[in-house]
Ligand binder design. Structure first.
Ligand code: JB2
Length: 207
């Protein structure tokens, strides 16, 4: 937020990339958090001028430069789809080349330890708990009610799905998917690009 001349705090604008279910979850979190106003959605597959979650769809990725020129400085990737890592990396590159900053977006009901480090563009959903010593990379998704215990490390673009539990000291690589409700016991290591099915118990290293 920044102050105007009268000292009133104004919210910065942010755009959301993608307009599917995951984007709606992010838009709701942004509305609850209050740091940003969602200026619009950028999604080539949704008609320009239509609305998603009450937010205008502004067009496809060709409008990014124009949006930056109009003064929008923040963007968040709202594509959650499993396995879309290349698309997400490509759009991240485009956003950065236009000059956009990718802030961390968190739902206010998440509990995040003071010393946790969270990379640019990551999304922390409602009810997530992140304990001390945790380090999370860029553009990761820590989804609804996931629990990340002390000293875990989570790589770029990793997705910890709803209700998953990482016990203390777990290391999760880049582009890893940990399915909904999975439990990873303490100190396990999961290599880059691994996929853990929903509901699994991980008691051995993967990779
Ligand atoms: O390069 C892109 C691009 N690629 C896909 N640029 C832009 N601007 N948008 C892109 N998209 C858009 O992301 C698609 O056109 C599509 O509208 C949207 C993804 O929506 P979808 O409904 O397919 O999935 P999702 O990512 O919102 O949600 C999935 O992942 C979540 C984590 C679902 O599986 C959810 O159930 C899940 N919770």
């Amino acid at each position: 937020m920044r102050g105007d001349k009268k000292g009133v705090c104004m919210r910065e604008n942010i755009i959301v990339i993608g307009g599917g279910g995951h984007a709606r979850v992010i838009i709701d979190a942004i509305g609850n958090e209050g740091a940003f106003t969602v200026k619009g959605i950028v999604d080539p597959a949704i008609s320009k001028g239509s609305k998603v979650a009450g937010v205008d769809v502004l067009g496809g990725d060709e409008v990014l430069k124009e949006l930056y020129s109009s003064g929008v400085r923040h963007a968040i990737i709202g594509i959650g789809t499993v396995g879309q890592y290349e698309a997400k990396k490509e759009i991240c590159k485009k956003l950065k080349s236009c000059g956009f900053m990718l802030p961390v977006v968190r739902h206010p009901s998440s509990v995040i330890a003071a010393d946790a480090v969270i990379g640019a563009g990551s999304f922390i959903a409602a009810g997530v708990v992140i304990n001390p010593g945790v380090v999370i990379g860029e553009n990761a998704i820590i989804n609804t009610h996931a629990s990340i215990d002390h000293d875990c490390q989570i790589g770029d673009y990793a997705h910890i799905a709803p209700g998953a539990i990482l016990c203390g000291g777990v290391k999760v690589g880049h582009e890893v998917h940990i399915g909904a409700g999975a439990v990873v016991v303490q100190n396990m290591q999961i290599t880059d690009k691994a996929f853990v099915k929903a509901g699994c118990l991980v008691a051995k290293d993967i990779g």
